[in-house]
Design a protein around this ligand. Structure first.
Ligand code: ZN
Length: 439
């Protein structure tokens, strides 16, 4: 992309003036690149640092290596962490970031560092600068980077391409150029605006450019940083939120010197409190000393309220269907069956469908069985009146279609219930027959 705006031209020119890594920075980078490793498979076992083969018995450890498997290399004397590997060549990649300032810009320089270990050779470490984020004091970013092989969502860098101006595109909320590095160089420089907005040197395990852009351009982020509501800040950054949810409640937290330690849990709880119509400005609700228990309590309340509301909606629907149900199925209402253990009768109203579905945790109401002309639904109970199963009879075929207990399981009385209904099927046939004659 060719620089077209004044800012793009300026950044492109400034980028060319950035110094190479100093000897000190390079040696830090080499020192940091992973712990010395020994690679083991059934054919090879070699030291990842000097490439010399490890003692033969090391190969017998294949399949038994643990996180604590260590060995001192007899050749270079380094303590190796043993890792199972394929083949005789290993390549590890890391991102290193240098935080610096150039003119008015906050600059993040990201280097891709490769450590290649081959059997029979000293390990080779190389580094290439792949991305620079240039962020001005208003939080506007200009990106200078190398090209990639698969477009803007895959970090397959073409290392011999030029560092040039790139257009940062977000793909599923992720931007290739917002790199969250493995290591950040400890000696850093920050622009004054960033410090003024409350930044104190912790990137909260986020990509430095994401956090910096947020703090410089969004007053809500600045507020969260200054009031040290860091988990909420992290949450907002990760999801790219424009505004903080429940900001008034966050202010109550700040006033009460309460820090939200788990943002997801707290925000979940606030949503639930709001839907329950509770006062989300009361410190009693907003600043619980034990967030987890408070969250669980509020959710139990919400669950109760939700199921009550659902039940009320269901009853409302039921009322609309009662008349038609009575007309269609009323002729069966006097039908009862019992063998002294089990008592079976039809459901006498649509409201009874609602109750049956609710208690038995199945879909006899939800699936609208009361509307089905060819279905007769019976409830089977024990002699104390406790529900055992719900039975569906197809009135055309005069057969039991299904008989289901709690959560659609079968009760211990299943066969007895089906048998009892079948023994009484002639009575149902008679009712149907009489109805047809009178019609
Ligand atoms: Zn070695």
């Amino acid at each position: 992309m060719r620089p077209s705006t004044k800012e793009e031209k300026r950044v492109t020119a400034l980028s060319g003036s950035l110094p190479n890594l100093s000897a000190k920075q390079e040696s830090w980078l080499k020192w940091k690149v992973g712990v010395p490793k020994g690679y083991v498979n059934s054919r090879h076992a070699w030291c990842g640092e000097c490439g010399f083969p490890l003692p033969k018995e090391t190969k017998s450890l294949v399949g038994r290596l643990t996180a604590n498997s260590r060995l001192i290399c007899p050749f270079c004397g380094k303590e190796l962490e043993l890792t199972q590997s394929q083949g005789s060549r290993q390549c590890e990649k890391f991102y290193f970031t240098f935080v610096t300032v150039c003119q008015e810009y906050q600059v993040f320089r990201h280097f891709l560092v490769s450590k290649i270990s081959c059997k029979g050779m000293n390990c080779h470490i190389s580094h290439t600068e792949v991305v620079q984020n240039w962020i001005n004091p208003s939080g506007k970013e200009t990106v200078i980077a190398r090209s990639t092989t698969f477009g803007y969502y895959c970090d397959q860098w073409i290392l011999h391409s030029e560092l040039s101006l790139k257009h940062p595109i977000r793909h599923y909320g992720f931007c290739l150029y917002d790199i969250n590095p493995n290591y950040i160089y400890p000696f850093r420089k920050y622009i004054p605006t960033l410090k003024r907005n409350g930044f104190f040197g912790d990137f909260l395990d986020l990509s430095p450019s994401t956090l910096t852009k947020g703090i410089l351009s969004n007053s809500d982020y600045e507020f969260l940083l200054k009031t040290r509501q860091l988990p909420l800040l992290r949450h907002a950054c990760q999801r790219g939120l424009e505004r903080i949810p429940h900001k008034e409640s966050v202010k109550i937290c700040v006033r009460n010197r309460y820090t939200v330690k788990d943002a997801d849990l707290w925000l979940d709880m606030m949503d639930a409190l709001l839907s329950l119509g509770k006062d989300t400005r009361s410190p009693f609700y907003v600043c619980p000393s034990d967030l987890k228990s408070a969250h669980d309590r509020v959710f139990a309340l919400k669950e109760r309220a939700d199921s009550k509301r659902k039940m009320e909606e269901a009853m409302e629907t039921a009322r609309k269907w009662e008349k038609r149900y009575r007309t269609e199925k009323g002729r069966f209402f006097h039908l009862t069956m019992s063998d002294g253990n089990v008592f079976i009768r039809p459901l006498l109203s649509v409201s009874e469908f609602v109750e049956e579905g609710d208690r038995m945790h199945h879909c006899v109401f939800a699936n609208g069985y009361y509307k089905r002309e060819d279905s007769l639904i019976l409830t089977a109970r024990n002699m104390k009146g406790d529900r055992l199963e719900t039975v569906e009879i197809n009135l055309k075929e005069l057969a039991v279609i299904q008989s289901r207990g709690v959560c659609n399981s079968s009760s211990p009385f299943h066969d007895e219930i089906v048998g009892l209904v079948n023994d009484n099927m002639h009575r149902i046939r008679e009712i149907c027959h009489t109805a047809r004659i009178s019609a």
